[in-house]
Design a protein around this ligand. Structure first.
Ligand SMILES: C[S@@+](CC[C@H](N)C(=O)[O-])C[C@H]1O[C@@H](n2cnc3c(N)ncnc32)[C@H](O)[C@@H]1O
Length: 292
């Protein structure tokens, strides 16, 4: 159980939200957020819970073959690490790639002691990897953020072997995160948060996801929905959000004089939802699997 407030990046530089088609800017933004990302999310295993579901649905718990896996936009390794543990006994290996050297530093910390993990700094929309070489490829909460998600999915399709599977995790359009952000936005703006803001960071959980997988060349597609709890103290959540690129993206839709108010609005909204200061947010996530 977490009871203390985690304070991170006290003296670190902040980073302005800029054009996300510029991959250097993207790498910088996620780099600034990377320490908080690992230190705050890892103890509550938030994204990890869905990553474990993705692994259960694909490689399972008892792996007998020496599998070759790829984790695109791996971050600190929420999927990479548990996958490496499962595939190690049968001689499997996993490669984690991310656009942010800062995130890969966090993965390096987490992967100490493993000898079946490799990593590389790479854009997931343009993988510097050969065709048809992985048994399973994943992107947990990564590909949904790409500036060109179709390109990212095509890349997953290109590098996975024939008969292999690609798995991505996506927040539904009406996911609890987004409705909470929309309510926070409404607290300080007469306008609704534009739909476009949400659509930039999700492929939904239904038809749009299916169409995207089919367009990328996958011949069979299945989607599973999971609900997990995010049990964070509000103070920790707010610390996590300080430099979070997605909060900066939402903020970018606000008029200049309102931008700084967004964090206060998020906190107020959270406090009205969880008056005891501890979040107990149930969050839905879609785990989508396509076969090549
Ligand atoms: C929300 S985090 C998810 C990290 C991890 N997969 C997890 O589940 O916790 C998004 C990650 O995507 C990475 N990322 C964003 N755009 C990328 C791109 N075009 N290519 C590769 N990685 C990218 C970021 O650096 C960040 O590590």
């Amino acid at each position: 159980m977490i009871s203390n407030v985690i304070v991170i990046n006290k003296n670190s530089t902040t980073c302005e939200y800029k054009d996300q088609h510029d991959q250097k800017e993207r790498a910088k933004l996620w780099g600034v957020a990377s320490t908080a990302y690992r230190q705050i999310l890892k103890p509550v295993a938030f994204t990890t819970q869905y990553c474990l579901d993705a692994l259960d649905l694909t490689i399972g718990k008892d792996v007998q073959q020496p599998l070759k896996l790829l984790d695109v936009a791996c971050g600190y390794g929420a999927l990479t690490i548990p996958a490496a543990q499962r595939i190690a006994p049968a001689g499997g290996s996993i490669m984690g790639i991310d656009i942010s050297p800062g995130m890969l530093e966090q993965l390096k910390i987490e992967s100490q002691g493993f000898n079946n993990i490799s990593s590389a700094c790479m854009n997931g929309e343009d993988l510097q990897l050969e065709d048809n070489q992985f048994d399973y490829v994943y992107s947990a909460f990564g590909l949904i953020l790409f500036s060109d998600r179709d390109k990212g999915l095509k890349e997953l399709h290109r590098v996975v072997k024939k008969g292999g599977k690609a798995t991505i995790t996506s927040w539904p359009y009406d996911c609890e995160f987004f409705t909470w952000m929309q309510r926070s936005y409404r607290r300080i703006s007469e306008d609704e948060m534009p739909d476009e803001a949400i659509k930039r960071i999700t492929l939904g959980d239904g038809e749009f996801l299916r169409e995207s997988f089919e367009k990328a060349g996958f011949h069979s597609f299945k989607v599973h929905t999971f609900i997990k709890v995010m049990p964070l103290p509000i103070d920790n959540m707010m610390e996590f959000f300080k430099e979070h690129p997605l909060i900066k993206m939402f903020q970018s839709y606000l008029p200049v004089e309102k931008k700084d108010l967004f964090h206060f609005a998020i906190r107020d909204e959270l406090q009205s939802m969880f008056p005891n200061g501890k979040m107990n947010l149930h969050v839905r996530c879609a785990v989508a699997i396509g076969t090549k």
